[in-house]
Design a protein around this ligand. Structure first.
Ligand code: P6P
Length: 337
């Protein structure tokens, strides 16, 4: 069967018209090239001196790994000069990063998590890069881009994707017309189309949650998980499996492949049901991918992509995966409201 590279796939999507204008196609090519560079860097591990922490915290108050900064800078340097972006924002940078005046500005905004799950790096487990693309507001073309220009609900994303650096390096993309997967052929350095129109299988019962937080959850969340754990003799009448990888991207990849549900629920430690995960560069892009694959993504009751952001690094609770299972979980959470 003839191999379809990412470049050919994007050109053909552009020809289909409408959802992939040339500037957006070129932006995705640049981001994919940066993810390839991140993959090669991660794969060096100790040999490349890229493991370990920097002994400082990022804007999230989390210990910053060397690779967090390396990956952030690779994406920044790859995207600054291309002329596709008006500005960038990242988990690793407190403020937005306007495109310097020495470069042409484009019509898109890129917001990303350069390394999701970075605590996995030093123990050689999968990590990933997550990115979301928004259109800059028309009226921003004549002025400096501000953080407020990024604060658009997830339903306005024009593209979303992630790369996973695991046993294979894969890239998953959506432009709002289905979900497509590519595998990196390291011998020639090409992304090759390996999955088209990915849809989440509905018949596999598996939940992903950090069980050590159980005591902090609301009672309705505890009851949902307890009923899953009660198995076929319990209220759900089915046995469930559990997985938790510590990298949302890896859990979402598994759900796209074999089904299940991912939860990072609100808990007593976060006021106002905030949750731990970030809306703009984790929940929104992965929520768009999950919905495009036939699944559902909420904060427990509200659709993720309808949440109006109030801050670039805003946190949300996350429940996403197989639509039928998310609806079952929502039944528990709504009943308690
Ligand atoms: P915990 C990684 O830090 C992350 O943002 C997600 O990728 C992951 O699902 C979650 O946090 C892991 O959180 O509390 O289990 O370490």
């Amino acid at each position: 069967m003839q191999r379809v590279t990412l470049s050919r796939f994007l050109i053909e999507q552009q020809r289909e018209g409408g959802h992939l204008p040339p500037q957006l196609r070129l932006l995705i090519e640049v981001v994919a090239r940066a993810c390839k560079a991140i993959s090669y860097t991660i794969n060096k591990g100790e040999l490349g001196g890229v493991l370990g922490s920097l002994g400082q915290e990022n804007v999230q108050g989390e210990v910053q790994k060397k690779l967090d900064v390396i990956a952030n800078d690779l994406l920044l340097e790859a995207n600054e000069w291309g002329g596709n972006l008006a500005a960038l924002a990242s988990e690793e940078m407190e403020a937005i990063h306007p495109i310097p005046n020495r470069y042409p500005k484009g019509e898109y905004l890129l917001v990303y998590d350069p390394i999701d799950g970075s605590s996995n790096i030093d123990v050689n487990l999968s990590v990933g890069t997550i990115f979301s693309v928004l259109k800059a507001p028309e009226e921003a073309s004549g002025r400096e881009v501000t953080e407020a220009d990024f604060l658009q609900a997830g339903r306005h994303q024009v593209a979303a994707g992630y790369a996973i650096y695991g046993p294979q390096t894969t890239l998953v993309l959506t432009f709002g017309k289905g979900v497509f997967g590519f595998t990196l052929d390291r011998e020639v350095g090409s992304w090759v189309l390996t999955q088209s129109n990915i849809t989440i299988p509905a018949d596999y019962r598996e939940f992903a949650v950090n069980m050590s937080n159980h005591r902090h959850w609301a009672p309705e969340v505890q009851r949902y998980i307890q009923d899953c754990m009660a198995g076929k003799d319990g209220p759900r009448g089915e046995d469930f499996n559990m997985r938790w990888t510590g990298s949302m991207v890896a859990d979402i990849q598994r759900i796209l492949t074999r089904g299940g549900i991912f939860l990072y629920p609100w808990d007593a430690r976060e006021p106002g049901r905030a949750g731990k995960l970030r809306l703009m560069y984790e929940a929104n892009p992965l929520g768009m991918i999950i919905e495009q694959a036939g699944g559902a993504a909420t904060d427990g009751t509200v659709r993720i992509l309808d949440i109006e952001p109030v801050g670039l690094h805003q946190r949300v609770a996350v429940v996403m995966g197989c639509r039928e299972e998310v609806e079952k979980a929502t039944g528990y959470f709504r009943a308690a409201q």
